[in-house]
Design a protein around this ligand. Sequence first.
Ligand code: NAI
Length: 251
Amino acid sequence: MKLLQAKTAIVTGAARGIGEAIAIKFAEEGANIAFTYVSDSSTDKASALEQKLSALGVKAKAYKTNAADFAASEIFVNNVLAEFGQIDICVNNAGISKDNLLLRMTPEQWDDVMNVNLKSVFNMTKQVTRPMMKAKSGSIINMSSIIGEIGNAGQSSYAASKAGIIGFTKSIAKELGSRNIRCNAIAPGFVETDMTSYLKDGDSADKYKSNIPLGRFASGEDIANVALFLASSLSNYITGQTISACGGLNI
Ligand code: NAI
């Protein structure tokens, strides 16, 4: 029996990177997938992923919707419920960075990062709670970051948003535990995606890797495996936790 057979999962921001890896991993384990993307430039990638997931024998649909928009999130979740009938797993993965030293950071940059990274988690979690309470079960997985745990110069908005996710995750775990709804976070270190493409250049990549006990950046699949554990019944007694997946960088 596959780990997520007959489950339905939402994954936000899944047209590429970690979200795409999670959508594929979950589909390989039998889950139906409703995933989001936000920009027109991702439409081709989103439909390619939709086809790839369907070829794995599950139901899959891409939705163009902005996770930072509360009203749009409500419409999205209602559409998923109408088309899939249930929501068992919600992965709040969508995220951006607009890095700048505090002296140069604009209020607009701060707001954009908080809205996409943190408010989106509130938006989606609030919407999926209702069907999960009705079903008396659910797993919510929020994508934090090692930067939310240790901070980083030039990343105060990103760090604050990712630290906020950890506090939110713990609170929701306490609020919804009695309803058998679990809420956990993942704190990846450096993952090889478009977001970290600036690290690809030889010298700086080697410098970063030399500080990582496992000596390499993570792949999307490394993070997807943690998400699979948190989504499945293997983690039935785990809630309110932040799982570090950073190759040992934060020890
Ligand atoms: P990415 O930039 O490759 O992918 C992010 C996805 O989110 C993109 O598909 C983008 O279109 C989507 N997105 C952005 N704004 C959105 C919105 N308003 N609504 C819906 N979708 C939106 O980044 P990556 O690396 O795959 O990151 C995924 C998550 O993991 C993010 O939350 C990121 O902060 C987090 N993370 C990434 C790390 C890394 O080293 N790549 C490390 C730690 C955390």
